[in-house]
Design a binder for this molecule. Structure first.
Ligand code: ADP
Ligand code: MG
Length: 486
């Protein structure tokens, strides 16, 4: 994709020199008369005018999200305000605060809206190599990394659910090719942070100079490029490009399934890099050994380093993520609303972000105060239906059905292994999914002590880390209960 032209208004008119603050002030006055006071406060007050060069005004916005929102909802208003303030011919440029470290500047979209707007490239280096332009001789050119500077370790919230994957990524970023984590495979469900973490790894390795030729590519893009390379008779260039990097990051390798020729090329790339001591980082939605449609020799290669999972985040992590996202966007979210969202959107961080954005969108468009009432309205739409808490009785019933045991055994004294397992799982789920105290949970299980509940939760938490089948069972039960509560 190419960089979009900035907004250019039809005919330029000469204006007396004016300072950026005054120009922006005039824009604000114009805008203020057109939008609700909440929208004004949320979307326009945080903007800082940066500079005026001729009739080019640059404004600073707090984040990419902010920019997207402005361009998506207010681009024509901004355009009219700019004309009113500067006259025709004015151009608007955005500087995104969170991208500033990378010196990125985004230009306003054209009349057709924000589609296709891209970051301008980092300061010009001789054209970076792509899979179609790698050269055999001479000094290796820099490569186009495809890394998104927005994803960093700093804005990746640490939690129990991602602890191993995050720690391993940091270790690899600090010493690519030099740890035993090669390849590093990160796996987990959708929207849990795999892509974020891989970009963070690549960005860190590049910025700290630990890697100079880092490339991020999705397996789909790798496949498409490979097919194109075959058609253009450029397989050599393609292979050379990927075999000459020192950090290769391939996202979502499950999409290699069934693509035999691509897998074959990737297998050789993998071996070359591995033998040269270069770092390979991969992500997948399942552990490597469960990948379907992939050659066994590839799967066995994937397993020779470290495989680290990312699990759905727990409540504390969800709260921390929401807090971080709202801070990043200079959005002020009451903590009860924040906790409410975190308690109700449990499975996926992308969904969590979606709720936050919808909440601010609704508040600003409908001029409503952000409170629990509004959050409920938003969640009803986003998560279909607001979940009422699961009852302990329902958990006991569901777990017993799952294990094929009569319910009263959960309350009985028996210490038969299968009963103990079911009882511990039910206690664990009661702690996870209800607001009941440990004492109350204990009472529902034949008047057991709260320390027994703690012990049960610990036992389940320990076992899920080592016993995959057990973990899948617990997760399945949890999902089922969350969807079918009563
Ligand atoms: P995946 O690749 O696993 O599907 P992504 O990496 O695309 O997930 O993450 C989805 C969204 O959630 C992204 O916007 C990402 O920044 C955010 N996200 C995921 N995990 C975290 C985290 N631990 N801290 C902050 N943001 C996160
Ligand atoms: Mg991803």
């Amino acid at each position: 994709m190419s960089l979009q032209e900035p907004v250019v208004f039809p005919s330029s008119q000469n204006l007396p020199p004016s300072d950026h603050v005054a120009v922006w002030q005039r824009c604000l006055e114009y805008i203020r008369s057109d939008v609700s006071s909440l929208s004004y406060k949320t979307w326009f007050q945080p903007i800082v005018p940066l500079k005026l060069e001729g009739s080019n005004l640059t404004i600073k916005v707090p984040s990419q999200f902010f920019y997207d929102w402005l361009e998506g909802h207010y681009s024509s208003l901004l355009r009219s305000a700019l004309i009113a303030s500067l006259g025709e011919g004015a151009k608007l440029f955005y500087s995104i605060a969170s991208e500033e470290a990378q010196n990125l500047l985004v230009e306003a979209a054209d009349q057709n809206g924000p589609d296709g707007v891209e970051f301008s490239s980092p300061p010009a280096v001789p054209t970076p190599a792509t899979p179609f332009s790698a050269r055999m001789s001479g000094r290796l050119a820099t490569v186009q990394s495809n890394l998104n500077p927005r994803y960093t370790f700093d804005n990746f919230i640490k939690g129990d659910s991602n602890q191993l994957a995050r720690a391993a990524s940091m270790a690899v970023a600090n010493n690519p090719g030099g740890t035993s984590f090669n390849p590093l495979v990160i796996y987990g469900g959708t929207g849990l942070g795999k892509t974020h973490l891989m970009h963070a790894l690549g960005n860190h390795a590049l910025q700290s100079g630990k890697a100079t030729r880092a490339v991020y590519v999705s397996s789909e893009k790798f496949t498409i490029d490979f097919v194109e390379a075959i058609q253009a008779d450029k397989v050599n260039e393609f292979s050379l490009f990927y075999r000459s990097v020192d950090l290769l990051i391939v996202d979502d390798i499950q999409f290699f399934a069934g693509k035999e020729k691509t897998q074959d090329n990737f297998f050789h790339t993998f071996n070359t890099l591995y033998q040269l001591g270069k770092q390979i980082v991969l992500s997948s939605d399942v552990p490597p050994k469960e990948l379907k449609g992939l050659d066994d020799r590839l799967i066995s290669r994937f397993q020779c380093g470290l495989t680290a999972d990312i699990q759905p985040p727990d409540l504390e992590t969800r709260i921390a993520i929401l807090r971080k996202k709202s801070d990043e966007n200079n959005l002020d979210l009451p903590s009860d609303v924040l906790e409410f969202i975190a308690a109700n959107v449990t499975s996926n961080i992308r969904e969590l972000e979606g709720c936050l954005i919808s909440l601010f969108a609704r508040a600003s468009l409908e001029n409503r105060e952000i409170n629990i009432g509004l959050a409920k309205d938003v969640l009803r739409v986003v998560v279909n239906e607001l979940k009422s808490p699961v009852s302990i009785e329902h958990i006991q019933r569901t777990v017993c059905e799952f294990y094929g045991l009569p319910e009263d055994l959960l309350r009985a004294k028996t210490r038969k292994q299968e009963v103990v397992t079911a009882r511990q799982v039910a206690m664990f789920l009661a702690k996870q999914l209800t607001n009941s105290s440990l004492k109350t949970i204990g009472l529902h299980f034949g008047g057991r002590d709260h320390s027994t509940v703690i012990h049960a939760c610990q036992a389940v938490e320990d076992r899920v880390t080592t016993d995959l089948v057990f973990r899948q069972n617990v997760e399945q039960l949890q999902r089922h209960l969350q969807l079918n509560h009563s």
